[in-house]
Ligand binder design. Structure first.
Ligand SMILES: O=C(O)CCC(=O)C(=O)O
Ligand SMILES: [Fe+2]
Length: 323
């Protein structure tokens, strides 16, 4: 794991994109690419299996609470995810998808919005306060370490079901109830199925995601990726890999669901550039990984080896052992 105490962040002068690069305090440049509840004690329940999702009203609080155990990394331990006490079904607008600019290889659907403002606010607060968040550091090559410029977390497991959970590099975690219910709704309107839920928290305009495509082999050909935005609006950019002149951007606002399909990942890059000012935002992407590489990759880059952060008293804090 990277020794962060030796490292100093690099100030980025321009736009967009990029993730901070650390090289033992030496500036290298940018990587091109691609209501606050009090801390609560963990609940006593050890199953790694997510209980089946049933309508909210049918489940007792105890049954809805989940305790999830992490793998063997320094971030190991357990965290509880408490039940949500609102009806998610009432949060959806049932609006049809809006047509969006469609060059031949760009296949985007936009549900604008998928969720009501009240629904968004409840889901946003719940996820921000209940999920364990991480600030992942990773090494791209010897001496070059990256700090992901946003908080991340992930849940799910690839399709294989062929290997024991303990054989993964990090133990996969079941999808929490609310995210599972969201996933089911998104599946029903996007015509695809998913086994991973990846979450990003952009705390302000300095948080970003650099140019990349979600085209890893473990997603299979022409993956459908659905992306839900909650909280502050951010600009979403997308450009052709070969010909950057085919470039589009639009604002992703509270409750919007963007579905990326077909050749979009194969042919296009997308990003959320840095901004001088931006309100906090959560983004949730739903994906399907077909093999174990997907599980290892997603936990490496979205959980990593560092500590858990919890959102407390209006800011991200290192979680303590009772949290
Ligand atoms: O935050 C967003 O809207 C985009 C997130 C994204 O592209 C990703 O997680 O791969
Ligand atoms: Fe992406």
């Amino acid at each position: 794991m990277t020794d962060t105490t030796l490292l100093a962040p690099i100030e980025l002068s321009d736009d967009d994109s990029d993730e901070l690069i650390f090289v033992s305090s030496v500036k290298l440049g940018k990587r091109k690419s691609s209501d606050s509840p009090k801390p609560r004690k963990a609940l006593k329940q050890t199953s790694l299996q997510a209980a089946p999702v049933t309508p909210t009203a049918d489940r007792s609080d105890a049954a809805k609470a989940q305790l999830i155990q992490l793998g063997q990394s320094p971030g190991s331990g357990s965290f509880a995810i408490h039940p949500h006490i609102f009806d998610l079904e009432a949060a959806f607008t049932r609006k049809a998808a809006k047509p969006i600019i469609k060059p031949p290889d760009l296949d985007l659907l936009l549900f604008k919005p998928l969720m009501t403002p009240e629904g968004c606010s409840k889901v946003y607060s719940y996820l921000l306060n209940e999920l364990p968040w991480y600030k992942v550091k990773y090494t791209v090559r010897k001496g070059i370490d990256i700090v992901t410029p946003r908080y991340t977390t992930v849940f799910g497991q690839d399709d294989t079901k062929t290997q024991a959970l303990s054989r993964y590099k990090k133990r996969p975690r079941p999808i929490p109830y609310l995210l599972e219910e969201l996933k089911r709704h998104v599946e029903s309107i996007s015509g695809a199925t998913y086994n991973f839920v990846l979450c990003n928290f952009y705390s302000d305009g300095k948080d970003s995601i650099s140019w990349h495509s979600d085209d890893e082999a473990f997603l299979g050909p022409q993956p459908t990726i659905s992306s839900l935005s909650l909280g502050g609006a951010r600009d979403f950019y997308i450009k052709h890999k070969a010909d950057g002149t085919d470039k589009h951007h639009f604002s992703l606002q509270d409750g919007d669901l963007l579905v990326m399909r077909g050749k979009t990942q194969e042919r296009y890059l997308h990003s959320i550039p840095k901004r001088a000012v931006a309100r906090p935002r959560i983004n949730i992407t739903f994906r399907r990984a077909i093999n174990t590489y997907g599980t290892d990759n997603y936990y490496k880059y979205n959980v990593g080896d560092g500590p858990i952060y919890r959102f407390r008293d209006g800011k991200m804090c290192l979680a303590d052992s009772t949290d």
